[in-house]
Design a binder for this molecule. Sequence first.
Ligand SMILES: *Cc1c(COP(=O)(O)O)cnc(C)c1O
Length: 384
Amino acid sequence: MRNDFLPFSRPSITEEDITAVNEVLRSGWITTGQKNAIFEQNFCKYVGCPNAVAICSATAGMHVVLKALGIGPGDEVITPSMTWVSTINLIVLAGAKPVFVDIDRDTLMATPKAINAAITDRTKLIIPVHFAGAPADMDPILEAASKRKIRVIEDNAHALGTHYKDKHVGQRGTSIFSFHPIKNITTGEGGMVCSDDSVLIEHVRRLKFHGLGVDAFDRKVQGRAPNAEVQEPGYKYNLTDISAAMGITQLARVDELNRKRTELAMKYREKFKNIPEIIPLGDPAYPMEHAWHLFIVRVDSDKIGISRDDFMTRLKQKNIGTGLHFRATHLHKYYMEKMEMRRGMLPNTEWNSDRICSLPLFPDMTLKDIDDVVLAIKEVLKKG
Ligand SMILES: *Cc1c(COP(=O)(O)O)cnc(C)c1O
């Protein structure tokens, strides 16, 4: 057994990140300013999208985009239940109705077929999730949406570096990235809204800072334009330059970080070929590039005789951390009690919700760490 605990994720922070943050701290300007502007420009260049707005979290980004799109009572929003709860919470807080669709059993992503079947006259928005670093099947989803004038927001929280067919996700349409500490790059907390709709982007920029529109006036004096007037009530969701400085240095390394993730993921895949009780996710059938945000396996609890939760506990006792991405949202207390959600509605989602487990995967992990994880799993299986 390992002597030290191996967490399931750990941010990769270098001296460059620390120096960049230090420079901001010493500069006299620590909130939104030049570093935000540079981070946004570099992000646009990396993803290949025309516009980007830095924001304090992906959740805040989703909030302002829902607001900008006018999502509210009477509207239906199609989303997988297999997603982070923030999306569903915001839909409900906006007064709209989340319409859950089932997922492909091996990629954990809502299929275009399931999405099509859920569209009604009230559907205003679809929120596909690029899961674990693989892309959702966007061509048919965007086609179905544009035919009926339904908006689409891509949840790109797992997808920095992800390519769908030959393009980075987020180049077209509207999408939101996250820089939470477990994501492929981090700013402590942070996010980015990308869109090819420049009217929407200006609206997002205004809403993220009190509805003042100061960003549009002068990037250099963001937040201190004393005569700026409220154009509509907005929020306070800006990203600090302390965070943005780290975003710039982290983004410069993202390809290298993802290369390491990929190497580790390939090692896991090779090892699990010989362990039938552990079932990794499958790749989508269309051309793509995987960003390996997470390495998710399904634990065949029928075969091993212990539940997924016990499996996670026993790995923890062996100093191996794990994560759970995600417990199906429709099975959370509030949604079951208040929205009449129940088991049986979404079979593939529920099957996975009971069996998935995210194994340690982060750029500074070593191949030896992978050996430790696999050995611990083998021991747990024997005792199961
Ligand atoms: C992390 C995550 C979010 C939220 O990101 P924050 O920056 O923490 O708000 C949204 N959706 C998915 C799928 C995520 O994994």
